[in-house]
Design a protein around this ligand. Structure first.
Ligand code: ATP
Ligand code: MG
Length: 579
């Protein structure tokens, strides 16, 4: 058996998770002749989120690991909520994550005829009947978990009458909501899903694929398991809430008499400081709380992509969290750790000043420009070196200077020395302040020419090294700094009377203007490294974080999204993971 593809090469191989154990046991026992065939079955009623990414990595990962196959199947049984926009985005996201369904793209709607025939089989076996009760009556007579339901008065219709009514439902003779087809199982079953569940409802609504061909549509529960069966899926992996549906799925498969897939449930992924239900994500988009499904604060795959996350980091995250049998919540800083780890290896360094203050080197010639040199990525020599212009007037971060610093402040202050990265050691001589605001407008320094790289004093020890840019060479860029979308770890678990929306973080986006060294514009710098999108457009701005070009907004002016700050001030995840 081949080694799992993820985690990436070089990482220690973990022990099997419980799903792999089940699969390997099945292979050993010759179940399905050792075949492994999984599927990812989204409903196209929204964009995919990080929870789906986990399911995608799991299903496609298993297919790959066991030399099997993985289908992409759209469970498109509800025309009211579904749309091709979602179909397209889902395919794009699965591909971007690095997975390939090859020629196995399916739709539950392709099986509508087959599913209809299955329903007829059940009717003929007296296992299904047409019921004329309204939706309200059906739900009222279904009982409660502690109280059995009441049988429908239509339950004992003859096979002939049921066949006739069902075919007339299909023919469009009845209005929406007037009749349904129900399974005839057990109205008193302790499992509510077994209490004569609805199989078909009348919906005079166009479907994004079948158009007006149908006016009755199968319920998700009647389509899902049978679709797996039709595709001869060996292991139907789904989230925990479907555990209670399993007896129903088994009942359908058994009564219809078709191929039996094995359903395995795992815990859905929850992540702190966000919401993951598609309904809520749609609300955030519709109500304008975010700019769209791909807003970089969204937990959607397209949002993460726009923010600057890489597919590698998301796959690695999915691998790291593993699969559990119990519900759990994952700290979002683990996801951030994964992208930091990936970009550290792959992103070139640049110097960018996010909150500039002017530094004037008094003893540096006014017309001189020197080209300093720096490595593009200390983690990867193959990324080469770049030139950085140095001149008399520079910009540094305002936070890197203090007029009256405490002892532990190792950056610039009156009378103190610091090194400018890849350049000279400078010493602060004086400051100039605005007469109106009192704000510092210029920091005057002197430089020591002997401290440049290759010069005798270049190794002289100073406590701090600062990043900088030459003012007249620097490129202006808009920078979008993101914080958590919600202020509460679990926005769904708020105080009484409050909803998740009450915990939206008003400061989740801050827009600033930064000054970046000119290498940011050079194609050579942009072209180093590669990604599925072609150009690798992500950088580490020295000391401030990882940043990614926002292609949607970059026109004449560069726009960057901050993927993550450099260090995680939120939790200890990094330490935990490094040990
Ligand atoms: P939502 O409840 O947010 O609408 P869903 O489960 O209905 O999501 P589907 O399109 O049906 O969305 O999901 C497709 C697949 O992704 C399913 O197999 C489902 O189990 C899986 N999935 C959805 N959410 C998560 C999650 N948070 N963690 C892991 N897997 C998930
Ligand atoms: Mg679902």
């Amino acid at each position: 058996m081949e080694e799992a593809k993820f985690p990436e090469e070089g990482k220690s191989v973990r022990s099997l998770n419980f799903i792999e154990e089940i699969i390997e046991e099945d292979i050993r026992n010759g179940v399905n002749e050792g075949r492994v065939h999984t599927r990812f079955p989204p409903e196209p009623n929204g964009y995919l989120h990080i929870g789906h990414a986990k399911s995608i990595c799991l299903n496609f990962g298993l297919g790959k690991k066991y030399h099997g196959k993985t289908n992409l199947r759209f469970d498109d049984t509800n025309p009211v909520k579904e749309d091709v926009e979602y179909v397209d985005s889902i395919m794009e996201d699965v591909k971007w994550l690095g997975f390939d369904w090859e020629d196995r793209l399916y739709y539950a709607s392709d099986y509508f005829e087959q599913l209809y025939d299955y329903a007829v089989i059940l009717i003929r076996k007296e296992k299904a009947y047409v019921c004329d009760m309204t939706a309200e009556e059906i739900s009222e007579t279904r009982g409660t978990p502690t109280r059995p339901g009441k049988e429908s008065i239509y339950r004992n219709r003859s096979v002939e009458e049921n066949i006739d009514l069902f075919s007339r439902m299909r023919a469009g003779e009845f209005p929406d909501g007037s009749r349904v087809l129900r399974a005839k199982i057990d109205i008193a079953s302790p499992n509510m899903h077994m209490r004569d569940p609805i199989l078909y409802r009348i919906l005079h609504t166009s479907h994004h694929r079948t158009g007006d061909q149908w006016c009755i549509y199968p319920m998700y529960d009647f389509a899902h398991g049978q679709s797996d069966s039709i595709e001869r899926i060996t292991h139907s992996i789904c989230t925990l809430e479907f555990e209670v549906h399993r007896p129903l799925y088994d009942w359908f498969i058994r009564e219809i008499g078709i191929y039996v897939p094995r359903q395995i449930e795992f815990a859905r992924l929850n992540v702190t400081y966000t919401v993951m239900s598609k309904r809520k994500l749609l609300e955030l988009v519709r109500d304008g709380n975010v700019t769209g499904w791909d807003d970089p604060r969204m937990p959607t795959i397209c949002g993460l992509r726009r923010r600057g996350f890489t597919p590698e980091s998301i796959r690695n995250f999915a691998e790291t969290i593993g699969v559990a049998k119990r519900d759990n919540v994952i700290d979002v800083s683990l996801l951030e750790f994964c992208v930091r780890e990936d970009l550290n290896k792959r992103a070139n360094r640049l110097m960018a000043v996010l909150n500039p203050v002017r530094v004037i080197i008094d003893n540096y010639p006014g017309d001189l420009v020197e080209e300093m040199e720096s490595v593009n990525n200390p983690e990867d020599e193959s990324k080469g070196r770049r030139k950085i212009p140095f001149s008399k007037t520079l910009l540094i971060e305002r936070e890197d200077f203090m007029e009256d610093p405490p002892n532990k402040f190792f950056r610039l202050a009156p009378g103190r020395e610091v090194r400018l990265k890849a350049a000279y050691i400078i010493r602060c001589e004086s400051v100039v302040k605005s007469s109106e605001t009192g704000e510092i407008t210029e920091i005057h320094c002197t430089y020591d020419p002997l401290t440049k790289s290759g010069m005798p004093e270049s190794n002289r020890k100073v406590k701090g090294t600062l990043h900088w840019v030459s003012e007249k060479h620097a490129v202006k860029a808009e920078i979008r700094l993101y914080d958590r979308l919600f202020t509460k770890e679990n926005p769904d678990d708020g105080e009484e009377g409050k909803t998740y929306k009450d915990y939206l973080n008003p400061d989740s986006l801050r827009v600033i203007t930064a000054m970046i060294e000119p290498a940011v514009l050079s194609p050579a710098s942009l072209a180093t490294g590669s990604s599925p999108e072609g150009i690798f457009d992500k950088y580490q701005f020295e000391r401030t974080g990882y940043f990614s070009v926002d292609k949607e907004s970059t026109r004449q002016n560069l726009v960057f999204n901050r993927v993550v700050p450099l260090k995680d001030s939120w939790s200890k995840v990094e330490k935990v993971n490094k040990t």
